[in-house]
Design a binder for this molecule. Structure first.
Ligand SMILES: [Zn+2]
Length: 409
């Protein structure tokens, strides 16, 4: 059944139609989780699914499922989707593309009269964006990463509780969030970065998510007069710190292109132009998508700092306090995405994502893969978010065919 094509114009019209709910004068969308605009787009989505005779259910986290029966009803459903909520002043595509491409896939199957072996389920996850409540709440509770009652009691900046807002918009469903089975999960999303555009590729086969290492460092020396202390007599923490900075960036370039280093926070004490500082405090953030290589970066960072500190001129306190392991999506699901892109004749490349998608949560629960399409300039979480309609169509086609390959026909 390879080669089914969605109606790209109808997909585009749906994206533009839903952009009305929470639409901003600047052409973006403000549709915070569990807001009135979120209720409006959910109502629209449920009606669109029911018009295709999909069975719509809602769990007690407000996650929405639209099910199309398969030939074999006893199989767990192959699922796909994303989120319809947005950031404040967000764009029209982040999350929305994945849900509406899924809807368009369902429409295409209805039109073509295609019934897959396994049931199919289109999912709209609750509260993906962390702009009101903590991020990834719907999918996080679904996979058991967070407790439901913790999510219920979380509050927005105005002190409104998640559970009260969920009930207010009428989306505390009757199904238990922990009772739902999935056979696989696919998510189409805009890249939110510049790589596909730079590489002139239409489809990103997302193979995993980068891991991260966070360090805190404090270098202590001796505060002194900038105009009198001979260089040889100084115990200047800035000298030590600058060597550490240099090593961190060298380390990232040794592990290019996946290795990344960021020093985003520095405090110099007393922070005066004519005083040799007494103390420099700083952070280092290292990232890599491959688990053994991330751990090697960790070891090397510690070794390099130890070497720098060995001269004993200053005292270095350097520790890692946070580690997020890289995550790999399911190889077979990723292959289904890659094969679909290939069969449909779209240019493609493997790519990794930073954490923070529902699919990253879903992958803890069921075989999962993601599909990226380019967004203009890599700009996202911004009213100016922009996607080429042909790329949106390509992403939907790859989604549809990967899902069918996984579900069987
Ligand atoms: Zn998103």
């Amino acid at each position: 059944m390879q080669g089914l094509s969605v109606n790209g114009e109808r997909l585009w019209n749906s994206i533009m139609e839903t952009a009305r709910f929470g639409g901003t004068p600047g052409g973006g969308v403000t549709r915070l989780p569990l807001s009135d605009a979120d209720k409006e787009v959910r109502d629209w989505f449920a009606a669109a699914c029911r018009s295709l005779e999909l069975a719509v259910s809602v769990d007690d986290m407000g996650n929405m499922f639209a099910r199309r029966e398969g030939k074999n009803r006893s199989l767990p459903p192959v699922s796909f989707g994303s989120h319809l909520d947005t950031q404040a002043g967000g764009g029209r595509f982040d999350g929305v593309l994945g849900v509406l491409a899924g809807l368009e896939a369902m429409r295409t199957l209805s039109e073509q009269g295609v019934v897959a072996e396994a049931p199919l389920e289109l999912i709209n996850w609750t509260g993906e964006e962390g702009c009101r409540f903590p991020p990834l709440l719907g999918s996080g509770v679904f996979v058991g990463a967070y407790k439901r009652d913790w999510a219920y009691s979380s509050k927005d900046p105005d002190g409104m509780r998640f559970i009260d807002e969920l009930e207010r918009i009428g989306y505390r469903g009757s199904e238990s969030v922990s009772g739902h089975k999935l056979g696989a999960y696919f998510e189409l999303h805009i890249e939110q970065g510049p790589i596909l555009e730079i590489e002139h590729k239409v489809i990103g086969v997302v193979t995993g998510a980068r891991g991260q290492l966070w360090y805190d460092g404090v270098v202590s020396g001796q505060q002194g007069h900038a105009g009198t202390t001979p260089m040889a007599m100084r115990r200047d923490p800035m000298v030590t710190f600058s060597r550490i900075v240099d090593e961190a960036f060298r380390l990232a370039s040794d592990y290019e292109p996946e290795g990344l280093a960021t020093i985003g926070h520095v405090e110099v004490l007393p922070n005066s132009r004519n005083v040799i500082p007494g103390t420099v405090k700083f952070t280092i953030d290292l990232r890599h998508a491959n688990k053994p290589l991330l751990h090697k970066m960790d070891e090397e960072m510690m070794t390099r700092v130890r070497k720098i500190a060995a001269d004993g001129v200053t005292t270095v306190d350097f520790k890692r306090f946070w580690l997020v392991e890289p995550m790999e999506f399911d190889a077979r699901c990723a292959s289904a995405v890659r094969d679909s892109a290939e069969a449909l004749g779209y240019s493609h490349m493997d790519i990794v994502t930073g954490p923070g998608h529902d699919a990253v949560q879903a992958s803890k629960f069921t075989p999962t893969a993601m599909i990226f399409v380019p967004c203009k300039g890599g700009v996202s979480h911004n009213e100016a978010e922009s996607v080429d309609p042909d790329h949106a169509t390509a992403g939907a086609n790859v989604l549809l065919n990967a899902v069918l390959a996984c579900a069987g026909t």
